[in-house]
Structure formats: C-alpha cells, structure tokens
Design a protein around this ligand. Structure first.
Ligand SMILES: Cc1ncc(COP(=O)(O)O)c(C=O)c1O
Length: 439
C-alpha cells in the first residue's frame, strides 16, 4: 500500500495521535506555537518521557541478581528486541551509545582499520558524523576517499554516481538513507544490490537518523553491515544513539572490555531507561498499525503503523507544496523559491527547503519565530550544512520539517505565515535601507 499523494489520518485518529505527544500546539510556556523543526529533534511521546523518568529513577544496577535488577534486564532485552523489530534485523549486535555520531565513528573505524582496501566511498550529502569519520580514517589508514556528488534537481544522490565509484579495492561504503537537508530519499535497495554486484563482500554502513522515523526499514530485503538512528528524532528522548551491527562487523576489533563476548559493543553500564524509550516508540507505532490491521505480530503492527505515518506525511507534503483549500501552497507563492522540488513525493521525506526573495534564511527564521513558527536555517557557513548546500550551489535555505502529528490546518497556518513573511520581505526589498527593520 503506497499512494503517490498519500492518505491523511481520520480526524478522530489525528486527535488521539496529537494527545500522545508533548507540545504539539503549544510551547512549554503555554503560548501557541507551530514546531516545524522535527528534523532537528522531534516531538516527544508522553509515554517515552514518562517511562524514561520512571525507569531512570530506580537506583538498581541491572547487573545484579535481585528482583529489580532482573526487571531492568527484561526491559533491556525487550528494548533490544524492539530495535530489531524497527529494522527487521536478525542476529548481529544492538549497541546503544550516547549519540548516533559516536557509534558512526566507531563503526567506520572498525572497518577502515581492519578491512583490506585502498579506497572508501561516501556521498557529499552525508552528515558530518559519517563524512568526517570517513575522512579521518581514510587519512589514518592511507585510503583514498571517493565522494559521490549530489543531484541538485532531486536533492539526493543518484545510484549510478555511488556505484560507479566502487571497485574491488573499496573497503567501505557509507551512505545515508535520506538527506536531513533536502529530505530526498536515496534508493538504498538499489545501491546495496548494485554495490554488492560490483563487490560481493563489500562492507556497507547506513545512516538512518533522518529516515527511520518516516518509513519502514527492512534489513532482510536490504542487508547492510551497520545502521543507526537517534531516538530524539524518533519521538523518543535525547541521550542515546541506537545501532545495529551485522555479526561480521560486530566481531571486527573494537573498543571493548576483554572479558565480554566478541560481538558486544557496549562499553560500561547500559541505561535501561533508554531501552524502555525504544519500546515506547514501537508500542506507539504498533498502536497506529493496530487501528488498521488485525495482525498479532508486533513487527507486522509496527510496519502497518509506519506505512500509515508515511502516507499521512506524504499527504501533508502535498498540501505544503500545493495548498490547503483556498490557502496557496509553497509552489505558487510569490517571492518564495522551493528547492529540490519534483512531483514524485514517494521519493521524499516530509521536508521542504525554501528561500525568500530579499530575505536571508536567518532573517526568515526570525520572522517565522516572531509569528509563532519554529523552522531552521541551513546556511553555507554552518559546519552541519555548508558542504551539502555548496554541492547544490546554494548559500542557504530555510528547512521546514513538520511531523505526522500535524494536520492539514497546521499546514494551512504555516502557509499563511509564509505568505505574510514573503510579502513583508518584498516590501522591505522595495524600501530604502534606512526604513528596513530586522526581526
Ligand atoms: C542524518 C543525520 N545523521 C546523523 C546525525 C547525528 O546524530 P546525533 O546528534 O545523535 O549524533 C544527525 C543529526 O542531526 C543527522 O541528521
């Protein structure tokens, strides 16, 4: 089930979904606010923050024989099982670290230091967590870093551009599932299949931090060696990065306590509360799935739920671009440029990149905030977005990233504010400089 323009949730389900999250319509101080920066950290599930506080309040060490310790061990086991459910992963190792970036550096290091090869392949759109890790370990191990360029039309990276860089001497391919700048999905299934056709035993690591909260991931269909996501961008809490490693990657030499089994990547005391957060995320997505399916299996319910989330978000993206009722959409708005825009919404996560004539992205973000809307500026001088924007030959963009707990009326409000910001910027453009005030 996948439609090109998506499918909105019913009004009654929408209401229940909104009620499960903190601060969807209001900020913590009670003021009305539209939070459209979910790619920088998403709305939190109430169940996730509650369970985190509840479990973290317990003083018990999980590595004991007491009843409460066994309870904490069960929470960890269930959390690990739920990581596997999110990814449809079997075997291998689950590794919770402090951040997704930390785990990415560790994975890249293990492959680069131990797998033969004279080059490694990545893309220009990678987050610094993987791009910089690849650069660092190429330098340290004397490998050549091959970087696939972006496609300015789609906002992604073409499969050919990546696969053409792989040969018998490639030690590692590191590639993201979707861009956190443009929202473009990379065709990971084709990339993995064609990369392995070139080099059957190629190690592949995937950064799923942007994409995991928006669609189903299935490692049985797309087998890779390492993949990570971040609960704080996935309706959960800050303070952990979640990684799955294939058995052969998990067993490569890495930092570990000597007495632990070979494939274990956790260093030090695990945090059961973080595992409980992962289970709260799966509970929630599976609950959405159960509204549409009679399936008993938890992975199946999760898949159904994630497909519905994807459909709803696609319908919201269509409204954002094309308008809601009488309210004009971004594509038709005077003074607004929409980047990486093309009709195949199935190839895009719910992110839009825009700019205003006569208003730089930082000033635009301030203008939005003054009107109760939170969006984010991606600018060429930023360490987190400079390389990617440069590849698109852009100086900056305003990133707009709503979430599935928004509804059409939220998109309409956002569009009305955007129109106001655009008209203000046009007036300012036409005024003498002395008359221009900034927000
Ligand atoms: C695509 C992508 N990968 C990796 C990361 C790094 O995540 P973390 O901050 O948890 O290390 C981010 C964070 O913005 C991201 O957007």
């Amino acid at each position: 089930m996948s439609s090109r323009q998506g499918q909105l949730f019913s009004a009654s389900l929408m209401e229940q979904i909104k009620s499960r999250f903190h601060y969807v319509d209001h900020d913590v101080d009670g003021r009305a606010r539209l939070f459209f920066d979910n790619a920088g950290g998403s709305f939190r599930l109430k169940a996730a923050t509650d369970v985190f506080a509840g479990i973290d309040a317990l003083p018990d060490c999980p590595e004991r024989i007491h009843e409460r310790a066994l309870y904490l061990q069960d929470i960890q086991t269930r959390g690990e099982d739920d990581v596997r459910r999110i990814l449809n992963a079997r075997e291998g190792s689950v590794y919770l670290s402090l951040t997704a970036s930390a785990a990415m550096f560790e994975m890249v290091r293990a492959v680069m230091e131990n797998v033969p090869g004279t080059n490694a392949v990545t893309t220009i759109l990678e987050h610094p967590s993987s791009f910089d890790a690849m650069k660092l370990y190429c330098e340290r191990t004397g490998k050549c870093l091959r970087v696939a360029p972006s496609n300015a039309e789609t906002g992604g990276v073409d499969v050919d551009a990546i696969v053409s860089l792989i040969d018998d001497d490639t030690a590692l391919l590191s590639v993201m599932y979707a861009s956190n700048i443009s929202g473009a999905k990379l065709d990971i299934a084709s990339i993995v299949e064609r990369a392995r056709a070139r080099k059957p035993d190629l190690f592949i690591i995937v950064d799923a931090v942007q994409h995991a909260p928006h669609a189903v991931i299935d490692l049985q269909k797309t087998p890779v060696d390492g993949i990570n996501f971040a609960p704080y961008k996935f309706f959960g809490c800050r303070g952990s990065g979640v990684t799955w490693l294939s058995p052969r990657l998990a067993e490569l030499p890495h930092h570990r306590l000597d007495a632990k089994e070979k494939g274990a990547w956790e260093l030090g005391s695990p945090a059961p509360a973080q595992f409980a957060v992962v289970s709260a995320i799966v509970d929630y997505v599976a609950w959405i799935g159960a509204q549409f399916s009679d399936a008993d299996d938890r992975r199946e319910c999760y898949v159904q739920g994630m497909q519905r989330i994807e459909e709803h978000e696609r319908a919201l993206l269509s409204l954002l671009l094309n308008g809601v009722g009488e309210q004009r959409g971004l594509r038709a708005m005077k003074g607004v440029q929409v980047f990486w825009d093309h009709d195949d919404l199935t190839r895009r996560d719910l992110i839009a990149g825009i700019s205003f004539d006569g208003l730089d992205p930082t000033a635009a973000v301030r203008a939005y905030e003054a009107r109760g809307v939170i969006v984010y500026e991606r600018i060429a001088t930023s360490l987190y977005s400079g390389r990617m924007l440069e590849s698109f030959r852009l100086n900056g963009a305003v990133r707009v990233s709503p979430l599935h707990c928004h509804e059409p009326s939220d998109i309409a409000k956002f569009l009305a504010v955007t129109e106001e910001v655009a008209s203000t910027s046009r007036v300012e453009c036409e005024l003498p400089e002395s008359a221009v005030h900034s927000y």
